[in-house]
Design a protein around this ligand. Structure first.
Ligand SMILES: Cc1cc2nc3c(=O)[nH]c(=O)nc-3n(C[C@H](O)[C@H](O)[C@H](O)COP(=O)(O)OP(=O)(O)OC[C@H]3O[C@@H](n4cnc5c(N)ncnc54)[C@H](O)[C@@H]3O)c2cc1C
Length: 524
């Protein structure tokens, strides 16, 4: 149901509002609609091309229901993940992913076949995948609002999520408001506008909106995922790099074991160049590599470099909580957050349950997006069956409703200031208590400014909100990183290089003006 309003504004109602139209949001919308709910999905960009998955290949944690293989897959991850995973959730994700990916085949996804004619279902091409998800959402009756970024949640008098409001980017930034019986947040992780391919929309907006209603986060210390890209490109897909040899400025090959990037990070942090050459790629694979990831080769081709025979400079790009692990804490089977009526799916939610302290990129996050999306959508529909809210008020604060008069620095300057604290390898990759505290001093000051003075109209409102979300995100990350006084998984402390068995638990975080952390015991 929707009412026309003056000046292009949209006011609508739904049972379930899904915010974010990447894979997690699309699966959530389909599941909620299949459960009988009237569903609206609002995306900041265009549902189908926006977000981290839409632009490239997506490997999945997809395993047939063979108990021995599944047990081996779960066990293999546990140690690597710093013993923060949960076996029950891992098994659930494997079951649900298998079930849903097989439905994708029924919906006509063209899985390639191996030499025996068996379909390979462990990997999806982003554009094909998301085209099908969009079509499926339409066919299920989901109303999709493209280019409708949400700026804030609505809150009921009882403190539950009751919808959201935002702007219509292609309609003069007129306002929209959807009141709903339940909300699924699927806004992706936060990559701090680091320039990584496809991640310009992943600015942590959902985390901020949820925290404004009191939602808790978890695993925010596992947020420093960096990926390698050509120095003059932004493509961070890892597929190519498995065939790379790395060289220092004198042309000496670097000892880089597996995916360990530490020696590369050290040189780059010291301002010394590192080059890569894809010389380990078998000649017969090279054409297929170009075909699989053409965007990787584009800037190299333009520069006249043949990456298979010539070395090219690389850089490390922060992907934050997109390929990291932390996010909103989920409290039950349906991915409910700690706020009634608010559910979280995909990268906006913590993925520690299945990936623990290591990156979920490369198969687990994609499986999580499918599973958590499906569960969150169904649970939101069940919650919404209790009824739609009769009243709900906007809950947005920092960047939207400052407590004082507008004043400098503006949103772009705030973003630059946050980036100075989170992008440099020296601060975020090579962490120390002293460095984290210094950054937190700056970030706390920035938060006070944002909460008191930052706002904007139209597109500037979105920019201000994104800036506020990034400051909040950075503070949760670094407070949790201080609380984790050890090294575990991707969180490596230069001053505390060993794991501490007493810290074999997850760390919850929350708060805006006052950020807090507290331990949570991991399930055995
Ligand atoms: C380079 C790269 C490669 C990866 N490869 C893999 C892989 O092979 N396997 C794997 O498991 N994982 C991989 N990942 C991890 C990947 O992020 C997840 O697998 C998954 O795609 C996340 O889906 P999502 O829907 O949660 O987030 P996204 O796909 O990022 O979607 C988020 C959506 O939310 C929207 N949004 C954001 N803010 C708002 C707002 N305020 N209002 C409305 N909408 C909003 C965005 O426009 C976007 O559409 C990769 C990540 C990267 C960066």
């Amino acid at each position: 149901m929707s009412r026309p309003s003056p000046g292009g504004a949209l006011v609508a109602e739904a049972d379930v509002l899904v915010i974010g139209g990447g894979p997690a949001g699309a699966w959530a919308a389909v599941a909620a609609a299949e459960a009988g709910a009237e569903v609206v999905l609002a995306d900041k960009g265009y549902c189908g091309t926006s977000g981290s998955a839409a632009s490239g290949g997506n490997n999945l944690w997809y395993l047939p229901p063979d108990p021995a293989r599944r047990e081996a897959a779960i066990a293999a991850r546990e140690t690597l993940a710093g013993h923060l995973t949960d076996r029950r959730w891992m098994a659930r994700v494997l079951d649900e992913t298998y079930r849903q990916v097989n439905r994708l085949a029924d919906w006509g996804y063209p899985f390639p076949e191996d030499e025996d004619g068996v379909e390979r279902r462990g990997s999806l091409q982003g554009p094909e995948y998301m085209r099908r998800m969009r079509r499926r959402a339409h066919r299920s009756g989901v109303r999709i609002l493209d280019h409708h970024p949400a700026l804030e949640l609505l809150v009921t008098p009882e403190g539950a999520a009751g919808g959201a409001a935002g702007i219509r980017r292609q309609l003069g930034c007129a306002p929209w408001e959807v009141r709903a019986g339940a909300v699924v947040l699927a806004t992706g992780g936060c990559a701090f506008l680091s320039g990584a391919f496809g991640l310009n929309v992943d600015t942590g907006d959902g985390h901020l909106m949820a925290a404004e209603l009191g939602a808790e986060l978890s695993g925010m210390e596992f947020s420093n995922a960096y990926a390698l890209s050509p120095a003059y490109g932004s493509h961070t897909k890892g597929l190519m790099m498995q065939f790379a040899t790395y060289y220092d400025e004198d042309g000496r090959a670097l000892e880089v074991g597996g995916m360990a990037r530490r020696p590369i990070a050290r040189l780059l942090a010291d301002g010394r160049p590192v080059h890569a050459r894809l010389d380990q790629a078998p000649p017969e694979l090279r054409a297929a590599m170009r075909q699989a990831q053409p965007n990787y080769f584009l800037p190299l081709d333009k520069a006249g470099i043949d990456p298979f025979t010539q070395a090219y400079p690389v850089r490390m790009v922060l992907e934050g909580t997109v390929r990291g692990t932390g996010g909103l804490r989920v409290t039950g089977e349906g991915c409910a957050t700690t706020v009634p009526g608010l559910f979280a799916a995909g990268d906006v939610a913590t993925r520690e349950l299945i990936t623990g302290a290591v990156s979920g990129g490369g198969s687990h996050n994609g499986a999580w997006a499918i599973s958590s999306g499906t569960w969150a959508g169904a649970a939101a529909a069940a919650h919404a069956a209790r009824g739609r809210p009769t009243s709900a008020a906007p809950a947005g604060g920092a960047g939207l409703r400052p407590s004082g008069p507008p004043g400098a620095p503006d949103a772009a300057e705030v973003v630059a200031a946050v980036q100075q604290e989170v992008l440099p390898l020296e601060r975020n990759y090579f962490r120390t208590a002293e460095g984290l505290r210094r950054s937190l001093d700056t970030l706390d000051g920035l938060w006070r400014h944002v909460a008191t003075h930052l706002s904007g109209e139209g597109r500037d409102a979105l920019r201000a909100r994104q800036a506020a979300a990034m400051v909040a995100h950075a503070r949760w990350m670094y407070r949790a990183a201080l609380a984790r006084a050890e090294s575990r998984g991707m969180h490596q402390r230069e001053d505390l290089p060993a794991p501490d068995p007493r810290l074999t638990h997850r760390i919850r975080a929350g708060g805006l003006d006052e950020v807090w952390t507290a331990p949570e015991e991991a399930a055995a």
